[in-house]
Design a protein around this ligand. Structure first.
Ligand SMILES: [Zn+2]
Length: 261
């Protein structure tokens, strides 16, 4: 961390970006918050650790165990999460990250399940907690992509597989579930290959697999940048700390970088 002004920090970050070939963006709820989504931890924090109206903690309602035993209850809360994303799209921050990929090898490690990076056109995505719109059957190999869940009704949950009648579910990591082995492998491979600059954007950096790539980069002398209005686990470790909204700072970095190139 340093004592430079925000503008000076942005100028230095843009300079590093200019020289970088491989760039990693680690993104969390704070980036999607600039689209109007509520911030949350994992997929549960819409409720901020309160009990649900079904008298169970949200971590339990949104767990694999509950989905197996009471799928309608889990689906009720999945539907609420989807309703919060419905009609909302990616913002300038997602757009800047996607546009940078036209000039550099940009990888995005995101905790967000809203699919906004995909919609904005980012090519190299590691969606470590999955994507809400990707639906599959728990009993057979049937898969679907739902742009939204507006066809679902509370009284008719859970949705069932048109092929076998099994329960459908979204490809998101529920509480008590392992991360996707494919996404984890992709992350390990990319981190091993190394990056020339690492950004942590709008994440509270609670999970070890979100923090590790930043600390490894720092250890290897690679410039690290945190964009977050609040203080997190990694705030004292990064080289550049930009305490403002993600979409605004990313737009500032883009404009400064564009003036250089
Ligand atoms: Zn099926």
């Amino acid at each position: 961390m340093n004592d430079l002004s925000e503008a000076d920090n942005i100028a230095q970050v843009a300079q590093h970006l200019q020289q970088a070939q491989r760039v990693l963006f680690i993104t969390g709820a704070g980036l999607s918050a600039d689209s109007g989504l509520p911030t949350y931890r994992g997929i549960g924090g819409l409720y901020q650790q309160q009990d649900t109206e079904d008298q169970v903690p949200i971590e339990v309602a949104l767990s694999y165990g509950m989905l197996r035993t009471h799928p309608a209850l889990t689906w009720k809360y999945l539907l609420q999460i989807e309703q919060a994303c419905r009609g909302v799209g990616y913002n300038r921050g997602h757009e800047v990250i996607a546009k940078l990929a036209q000039d550099k090898e940009v990888w995005v490690l995101t905790q967000n399940i809203d699919g906004f990076h995909h919609a904005a056109g980012s090519p190299n995505l590691i969606e470590i907690h999955g994507r809400l719109q990707h639906i599959h059957c728990m009993s057979c190999k049937h898969k679907e992509v739902w742009p939204d869940f507006s066809h679902l009704q509370l009284e008719n949950l859970p949705p069932v597989c048109p092929a076998c009648g099994g329960i459908l579910r979204p490809a998101v990591v529920l509480f008590g579930e392992m991360l996707s082995p494919l996404e984890t492998l992709s992350l390990t491979q990319q981190v091993q290959q190394g990056f020339d600059i690492v950004f942590s954007v709008g994440t509270s950096s609670l999970f070890p697999y979100i923090v590790a790539p930043v600390l490894e980069a720092k250890h290897d002398g690679v410039p690290t940048v945190e964009i977050n209005p609040g203080k997190t686990e990694i705030s004292n470790a990064v080289d550049y700390r930009l305490r403002n909204r993600a979409a605004k700072i990313l737009d500032d970095i883009w404009n400064t970088w564009k003036q250089m190139s």
